[in-house]
Write a protein that binds this ligand. Structure first.
Ligand code: ATP
Length: 519
């Protein structure tokens, strides 16, 4: 199936099964804003818990906060967002479509990279086991020519971005013959800067009101509380502050479902370290964060680092963790070594000292910061796009059947178990209800007695429920039930009294957290 169709199916599935709805749908929706439904909110909460616990529970030197969305407007001046949180936009005069100039160039780079990957794959098939990828990349003329193109384009692109050279960006688009995907033409306008922050007014009257912004990231709430937390928590460097919360960006081109939204949620952690040690900590957090992703079991080959060659002026190292979405490898998380830029800026703009007294060194300094920043919604998209599968099955009589199944990690699944009486009589529903009554304190359970048992299994597969418990007439005699496993579809007869232990072991977030520490 074409990647585009897979993605369309995913969006449709998320709506049909109560994961994600377009916002304000009965009013025809609001662009790039989405609502999470009854299952979506559970999965989202579980993702947040996995992240929060991996930071705050597993690290004695990381604490959490919850800062307000509205902040003093000068904060955004100090952080650089008022002057520089811009995207360069360009319009195609024929299609009237608007694009981010930098994204058009990045897509061009990805296309050339794609050509190289295809060349490598072809050679791998030709040479079989003897294939030496490194040597091939270093000697194949077509690969080398394309790599030179990438290097040259990258160098021009970085320079234009760093110099804020909008005409230069446009010239790159022209010289590389980049066309509008809709009209196919190269009839481009000039490139203009566009600030991504939403503004509103705070106060009762327009004269007395002051301009405030909806925060475009949660990190600044951490920076401005750095001393509050350090002092009240008696934190010693190195230490971290974690936060989960909403962020807002007036994205120029909002597309790809919940990949790029105008209202979204971030999970950010700022780790404060001694100056000079920041690159060691940067490497440390790179490793820790990658492990957090790969522990979900979607396959290590689907993740990669993308180290930044063009760094923001305040950063001395930066990388993205990218995941292979149905539309290609894209960023899910950024890890940045931000030096002392943010705290220094707040010190300058507020006139308050943002220093830490290091008792071991006997001196005061502004700490350096490593930031890990991940979007909850993008993580959600990563999980559902990896989990949703359409499988062909062979029935007992040899004929073919199929099923749609969400292979969500059990610890993140919205519903952990569905309890199903085989028939709606003979006391079976009462037994099912009793089981739920006992287990609902520990797990999100669902009662289901509609339709044939096969259809009920399919419904739970589509939601991603890892366990279905069926109560039949034998249950009345010996207190045993069948437990059916979503992934293998195997069934096993177990005692009702065993259920809690069997399920708890597999669905707890602590199981996932233990993996992070033990592997
Ligand atoms: P991009 O280059 O995709 O615009 P970014 O580099 O601006 O992202 P950061 O500012 O580093 O992103 O934000 C950290 C994380 O927040 C991203 O890795 C992503 O997961 C998430 N994020 C950023 N913008 C959005 C958005 N508009 N919608 C959903 N998630 C977002």
């Amino acid at each position: 199936m074409a990647q585009e169709d897979i993605f369309k199916k995913l969006v449709a599935h998320c709506k049909e099964y109560g994961y994600i709805f377009p916002s304000s749908e009965i009013y025809d929706g609001l662009s790039a804003v989405y609502d999470y439904g009854q299952y979506g909110v559970e999965l989202k909460n579980n993702i947040k818990k996995y992240w929060w616990d991996s930071m705050v529970l597993l690290n004695e030197n990381i604490v959490g906060i919850d800062s307000a969305i509205f902040m003093h407007p000068t904060i955004w001046k100090a952080s650089g967002h008022v002057d520089a949180f811009n995207d360069p936009l360009i319009d195609n005069k024929d299609s009237k479509k608007r694009y981010r100039a930098d994204v058009l160039i990045e897509e061009q780079l990805a296309k050339i990279e794609d050509k190289i990957s295809k060349e490598v794959e072809k050679a791998r098939l030709r040479f079989g086991e003897d294939f030496d990828e490194k040597k091939f990349r270093e000697t194949n003329q077509r690969v080398l020519a394309n790599q030179t193109k990438i290097d040259e384009l990258n160098a021009r692109f970085s320079k234009a971005m760093n110099d804020n050279d909008l005409a230069g960006l446009r010239q790159i688009i022209i010289d590389n013959e980049i066309v509008c995907p809709v009209s196919g033409s190269r009839n481009w306008t000039e490139v203009r800067q566009f600030n991504l922050m939403f503004e509103t007014e705070m106060g009762a009257t327009s004269e007395g009101a002051s301009k405030v912004y909806l925060r475009p990231e949660t990190a600044q709430g951490i920076f401005v509380n750095f001393l509050n937390v350090q002092k009240t928590g008696r934190m010693k460097i190195p230490f971290g502050i974690a936060q989960i919360g909403k962020a807002f960006r007036n994205e120029i081109v909002a597309r790809l479902f919940i990949f790029r939204m105008r209202e979204f949620e971030q999970m950010e952690m700022q780790f404060f370290v001694q100056p000079g040690l920041e690159l060691d900590w940067f490497r440390h957090w790179k490793e820790i964060r990658m492990k957090w992703h790969t522990s979900l079991g979607f396959g290590e080959e689907n993740y990669r680092f993308h180290d930044h060659t063009k760094l923001a002026h305040y950063a001395n190292a930066a990388t993205d963790i990218e995941f292979r979405f149905p539309f290609g490898f894209r960023e899910v998380e950024g890890i940045h070594s931000r030096t002392d830029f943010d705290l220094k800026q707040h010190q300058n703009f507020s006139g308050k000292k943002m220093q830490y007294f290091d008792p071991e060194k006997g001196e005061s300094y502004i700490p350096y910061v490593i930031e890990t920043s991940i979007g909850v919604d993008r993580m959600f998209l990563q999980i559902v796009s990896a989990a949703l599968q359409e499988e062909e099955l062979k029935k007992d009589d040899g004929t073919l059947d199929s099923r749609v199944v969400m292979r969500l990690p059990s610890s993140l699944a919205p519903v952990k178990l569905a309890v199903m009486p085989l028939v709606r009589k003979d006391g079976l529903p009462e037994i099912a209800e009793k089981i739920i009554k006992n287990l609902r304190f520990d797990f999100n359970c669902q009662y289901d007695d509609k339709d044939s048992i096969g259809r009920r299994y399919r419904r739970q597969d589509a939601i991603g429920t890892p366990y279905c418990i069926t109560i039949d007439h034998q249950t009345i005699d010996d207190n045993s039930v069948t437990i059916r496993y979503r992934d293998s579809m195997e069934q096993e007869r177990v005692k009702i009294s065993q259920l809690k232990d069997i399920i708890a072991e597999k669905v707890s977030i602590s199981g996932l957290l233990k993996k992070l520490q033990n592997e």
